[in-house]
Design a protein around this ligand. Structure first.
Ligand code: MSP
Length: 469
C-alpha cells in the first residue's frame, strides 16, 4: 500500500531552535494526525541542514570540531520537535554519510543539466543565497530578514540549467499538478519564475569548506540548497531504493521565505532525475514578534521553551493552530497568549470539569466514542485551512456549554431525574465525538478527555485541565 509522505523543511543548525521553527512541525503533525484519523498510513520526515559556512565559523568560535557542533545542535532540534508533541517517522541529517553519497549520485545523474560558469551576483550572507537584481532593488539593497546589505560576489560555480525545465514547472504549477497553497503565493511564484535565472549549485572550496565535494571536481563543494533539497528523497533511500511507495510526496511544508527553492529548484531537480513532482506545496507564514520575523541575526527570537514552561504543551498548540492562520503571519505576544490560555480554560477546561462533576453526582458511566461525519471539517482540512477546521470544533464546544446552561441538568434532576440523566449522556456522547477530532490538534488533552468520559465511572480530573493563573 502506498504511504502518504509529508515533509518538513530542514532547519540550519547554526543556532538553537526558535519559536519560528515550530510552525513547520505543528502543521505537518496536524496533517499527519488528520490523515491517520482517516485511516491512511503516513510517513513524516524531519531533519537538519548541517553544511555551510556558518557552522564552520560558530564551531571555531566555540573551540569544538564542526562535527561535534552540528551533532549537538541537531540533537537540540530533535528534542525540540519532541517537545512539541510531534511524531516523525524519519530524521535526516545532511552530514549523514549515506545522504552525502546519495547526494553525489544525484549530482551525477543531473550532470546533463549542469554547467560551469563564472557567476556574479548579489548575495545575502545571512540567507547564504544569491538574489536577483530585481529582488535587491525591491528590498532597497538590504535583506529584509537579516537587515544586512547584499554583497556583490563573483566566483566560478556550477549551475543547474533551470531553463531546461521552466515550461514543465510552469505547466505543473498552473494546472495544480503541483498545487501551491495559498493561491496568492502560487501567483507570486509564477511571476518570479518568468525571470528565474539558472541557479548556482556549488561554491569554491576556499569559500565554503564544510560541504559535500562535487563529484569529479575537488575545488568545489555543493551549495547548500542542492544538498538540502535532496534530503526529501535521500531519506527514503534514493537512488539505492525504490521510493515509489512514498514519492511523490503528498505535501511538502515550508515557510514562505523558502517557497521559491521548493517550487523552482526542487522541481527542476526532480524533473532532471525523471521523478514525479510532489502533489502539494504548502507555504506557511511567519511567527513574528512585534510584527517582525523572528531571526537569530535580528536578535528578537523567543525561546519556545519559555512558552512551553508557562502552561505546558496544549496551550502552545492551541495558540498556534487555532489563532494562527495556516498561510498568514501570526504575531506572538504574551498578552495574546494569556488571553488564548484563558479561552481554552473557560471553554474547554470548564466544560470538562462541569460535565464530569455532574456525571459523577448522577452516577453516569462512560461510553464509547461515536464517530460522525463532518464534511465541513473535512473540507477545511483538505484546503489546509487548519485553523478554520479547528474553529468548527470550537463552535461545537461552545454549543455544548450553551446546552448545559440552557438545559440545567442540576435543576432538572430534582423534577425529572431520568430526563436529567439522558441530557447528561447526550452531552457526554457529543463531547466525545468532538474530542475524537480534537486529538488531531491537541492530542494530550484529547487523550485525557477520552479517558475521563469513557471510564466506567466518570470522575472530574483531580486538578482542572487548565488551572486558573
Ligand atoms: N535550511 C533551510 C531549509 C532547507 S529545506 C530543504 C532553511 N532553514 S531555516 O532554519 O532558516 O528555516 C527552517 C524552516 O523554519 C523554514 O520552513 C522557515 O521558513 C521556517 N521559519 C524560520 N523562521 C520562521 C518564523 N519566524 N516563522 C515561521 N517559520 C519560519 O531555510
Amino acid at each position: 500500500m502506498k504511504e502518504s509522505y509529508i515533509t518538513t523543511a530542514i532547519p540550519y543548525v547554526n543556532g538553537n531552535p526558535h519559536l519560528g521553527h515550530a510552525m513547520d512541525y505543528l502543521l505537518a503533525d496536524t496533517l499527519r494526525r488528520y490523515m491517520m484519523y482517516n485511516g491512511q498510513k503516513v510517513r513524516l520526515q524531519a531533519g537538519t541542514d548541517e553544511h555551510g559556512n556558518k557552522n564552520f565559523k560558530k564551531a571555531a568560535d566555540q573551540g569544538v570540531t564542526v562535527q561535534k557542533f552540528v551533532d549537538q545542535n541537531s540533537q537540540k532540534f530533535q528534542d525540540f520537535i519532541h517537545s512539541l508533541g510531534v511524531e516523525y517517522t524519519d530524521f535526516i541529517r545532511t552530514t549523514d554519510p549515506d545522504h552525502e553519497r546519495r547526494c553525489q549520485e544525484i549530482w551525477t545523474k543531473l550532470s546533463n543539466h549542469i554547467y560551469k560558469d563564472k557567476y556574479t551576483g548579489w548575495y545575502c550572507e545571512g540567507c547564504e543565497a544569491f538574489v536577483t537584481d530585481k529582488e535587491r532593488d525591491d528590498n532597497h539593497g538590504e535583506c529584509p530578514d537579516h537587515k544586512k546589505p547584499y554583497v556583490k560576489l563573483s566566483e566560478e560555480n556550477y549551475y543547474l540549467r533551470i531553463s531546461d525545465f521552466k515550461d514543465k514547472i510552469r505547466n505543473a504549477i498552473e494546472s495544480d499538478r503541483l498545487k501551491i497553497t495559498p493561491t496568492f503565493r502560487k501567483k507570486e511564484f509564477l511571476n518570479l519564475l518568468k525571470n528565474m535565472p539558472d541557479v548556482s549549485i556549488s561554491r569554491p572550496k576556499e569559500q565554503v569548506e564544510w560541504g559535500i565535494p562535487v563529484p569529479g571536481d575537488d575545488s568545489q563543494v555543493m551549495y547548500v540548497w542542492i544538498d538540502a533539497l535532496s534530503n526529501y528523497i535521500t531519506v527514503l533511500g534514493y537512488p539505492d531504493k525504490d521510493i515509489s511507495g512514498y514519492w511523490p510526496a503528498h505535501t511538502q511544508i515550508v515557510g514562505k521565505d523558502i517557497l521559491r527553492f521548493h517550487a523552482g529548484i526542487w522541481p527542476a531537480m526532480l524533473l532532471g532525475l525523471g521523478l514525479p513532482l510532489a502533489h502539494n506545496l504548502l507555504a506557511h507564514g511567519f511567527i513574528t514578534a512585534n510584527g517582525e520575523k523572528m531571526s537569530k541575526s535580528v536578535g528578537n527570537v523567543i525561546d519556545p521553551q519559555d512558552i512551553l514552561a508557562k502552561h505546558g504543551l496544549t496551550p502552545f498548540r492551541y495558540y498556534f493552530l487555532r489563532h494562527a492562520s495556516t498561510t498568514d503571519d501570526v504575531d506572538f505576544t504574551w498578552e495574546k497568549y494569556e488571553a488564548s490560555y484563558n479561552e481554552l480554560a473557560n471553554d474547554l477546561g470548564n466544560l470538562v470539569q462541569r460535565l464530569a462533576t455532574l456525571c459523577k453526582k448522577n452516577e453516569i458511566s462512560g461510553q464509547k466514542v461515536k464517530k460522525r461525519e463532518n464534511p465541513d471539517f473535512d473540507s477545511r482540512m483538505q484546503k489546509y485551512e487548519f485553523n478554520f477546521a479547528f474553529d468548527i470544533l470550537w463552535d461545537g464546544i461552545s454549543e455544548l456549554n450553551k446546552r448545559i446552561d440552557a438545559e440545567k441538568p442540576w435543576a432538572l434532576v430534582k423534577t425529572n431525574p431520568d430526563k436529567a440523566k439522558e441530557v447528561l449522556r447526550k452531552l457526554v456522547a457529543d463531547l466525545l465525538t468532538i474530542n475524537d477530532r480534537l486529538a488531531i490538534f491537541l492530542p494530550d488533552t484529547a487523550g485525557q478527555i477520552e479517558e475521563i468520559f469513557t471510564a466506567k465511572q466518570i470522575q472530574p480530573p483531580a486538578t482542572p485541565l487548565f488551572p486558573k493563573n
